[in-house]
Design a protein around this ligand. Structure first.
Ligand code: FAD
Ligand code: ZN
Length: 482
């Protein structure tokens, strides 16, 4: 036996002794076999594989607190995980094997629905689609909606402050949250499940835990806002000559439709080309060729007729002024779904096309056109023949700005350019005072990049918050702040 094997054996014997008391409390809910733990230790994009002493699956807030107290006592890291759909490696542990992965999946109860206060209180492990469903059953709308909604969980949505396709009207997850229940890094339970829309009693602690990616505590439950269900929805796809015209269309739609405008997505022609190449059922609904398209949606509280009338007036005005060159309005729910399928299939089509370099950025909406034109030109000049895959939530100033290799270039050769291409994109973002991560968070992937672009003052403030709440550094170490 060599020295390394010997240490590994000692480590695993130590882990087994340490775990014995946890095992008595979590009979059947503490996974240690590699075949059971493996799915929790690999991230969605298969970029990170971690190791853990065990995967704990608590059923209750008290159980979460017991795990965290145990970890605090033994100075063992806690890595919270929801649906494991995160895209930046935030929900998987490092390779040290000195951590407990805390899966919230069994904490999946809807605790209360209050249709007068328009709130729903849910546990962290509720799958987003189930929260939407519970709201629908109460004749209300829970508006958070994203591609991963069949797997991601509300605790993960809160911890990443997820966005999605209705942010324009309803805001990010942060704006939808009124109260939280949290287990602190020392294992105490903070019950902040308030359903209040106004509360000025000092620091808003819930906002610290939202978007913290599990580095400040474990979210165990949340009170979220509900809205009236819309009476009618209208979806359209419009062809626009360039991003500047798309911005102009956004202004027109905002003044004509006001708060009814719920979605405004920009999609480049190349995005639709790859979607059509890989999904036979997906076809763009407008025949005029165009370099860019916009998918717009409005939700009306009056009637179908009222919604259609306002939308048609907007399209006519946009056509007459040359802001758009063509438009198709969905005539049925099925057609509306087909329009959304075009937009939502872009990431999958990109996967089928092969490896690509992804960015998830935001800039002020007024800078979007210059950002796209200037950054595309810089990248295309430096890497001849690359394909720019640009789409996203224009109404929020947030773009998925991805780069695919030129035809014939091997994926490995192309991916070796990732740091240099990231530099071009993130420097351009910084020039426009934007954000290098508008939706997906920092996790492990962008932790160091964040330090590069934020001021030392801001980074120091982030580190002091981390130090104040988690002095032992056991909460999801190595993520967000170093
Ligand atoms: P996980 O991946 O399990 O965890 C994410 C982070 O939160 C980790 O750091 C983890 O440690 C922490 N965490 C999880 N639960 C808790 C908890 N209870 N307490 C404390 N910390 C916790 N994101 C968007 O914002 N908008 C999109 O439109 C969008 N579309 C997507 C589409 C697809 C197909 C995929 C795969 C992902 C998409 N994402 C999107 C990213 C991802 O779905 C979101 O970040 C989502 O909110 C993560 O939820 P989750 O439950 O899977 O969290
Ligand atoms: Zn997005």
């Amino acid at each position: 036996m060599n020295a390394r094997q010997d240490t590994a054996l000692q480590d695993s014997a130590k882990s087994a002794t340490l775990l014995a008391d946890l095992r008595t409390r979590f009979s059947g809910r503490l996974l240690t076999d590699e075949s059971d733990t493996a799915p929790f230790l690999l991230d969605w994009r298969k970029r990170y594989v971690g190791k853990a002493m065990a995967v704990a699956q608590p059923d209750s807030t008290e159980d979460v607190a017991a795990v965290v107290r145990w970890c605090a006592e033994h100075r063992i890291a806690v890595v919270p995980q929801g649906g494991n759909t995160g895209l930046v490696g935030g929900g998987v542990p490092d390779e040290s094997g000195h951590s407990i992965l805390l899966s919230l999946a069994r904490m999946n109860r809807v605790r209360a629905v209050d249709t007068i206060n328009n709130t729903i209180t849910v546990e962290a492990g509720c799958i987003l689609q189930h929260v939407q469903q519970a709201a629908r059953e109460a004749e209300r709308l829970f508006p958070l909606s994203l591609g991963a909604e069949g797997s991601c969980m509300i605790g993960g949505n809160l911890s990443t402050n997820a966005g999605g396709v209705q942010v324009l009207r309803y805001g990010n997850t942060r704006e939808l949250c009124l109260g939280l229940e949290v287990v602190t890094p020392s294992g105490e339970i903070w019950n902040g499940l308030r359903g209040l829309r106004k509360d000025n009693t000092g620091y808003d602690l819930k906002d610290l835990f939202i978007g913290a990616e599990g580095t400040l505590g474990v979210i165990t439950a949340a009170t979220m806002k509900l809205y009236p269900q819309p009476v009618a929805q209208v979806t359209a796809i419009a062809a626009v000559p360039d991003p500047q015209a798309a911005m102009k269309l956004l202004g027109m739609a905002q003044s004509r439709l006001a708060a009814s405008l719920t979605g405004f997505e920009l999609i480049s022609d190349y995005c639709l080309t790859i979607v059509e190449r890989h999904f036979a059922q997906c076809r763009r609904p407008v025949s005029t060729p165009s370099p860019w398209y916009v998918l717009l949606e409005s939700s009306d509280s009056e009637s179908e007729a009222h919604a259609a009338e306002r939308f048609e007036a907007l399209c006519s005005e946009a056509l007459e002024s040359g802001t758009i060159t063509d438009a198709a309005i969905a005539a049925s729910i099925a057609q509306s779904r087909a329009f959304w399928a075009l937009r939502e299939s872009v990431p999958e089509a990109q996967v089928l096309e092969g490896k690509n370099i992804k960015h998830d950025i935001s800039v002020p909406i007024s800078s979007i056109d210059r950002f796209i034109i200037e950054t595309n030109a810089t990248i295309e000049a430096a890497y001849e023949g690359v394909r720019m895959v640009v789409f996203g939530h224009l109404g929020d100033g947030n773009l998925h700005y991805n780069v695919s290799p030129a035809p014939g270039v091997s994926p490995e050769a192309f991916m070796s350019n990732e740091p240099a291409i990231n530099r071009i994109v993130h420097d351009a973002v910084a020039t426009h005072r934007g954000s290098i991560s508008a939706e997906h968070g920092l996790g492990q992937l962008k932790r160091d990049e964040n330090v590069r672009y934020k001021s030392p003052v801001e980074i120091a403030l982030m580190r002091s918050i981390k130090q104040a709440l988690d002095p032992q550094g056991i909460m999801n170490p190595g993520k967000v702040v170093g």
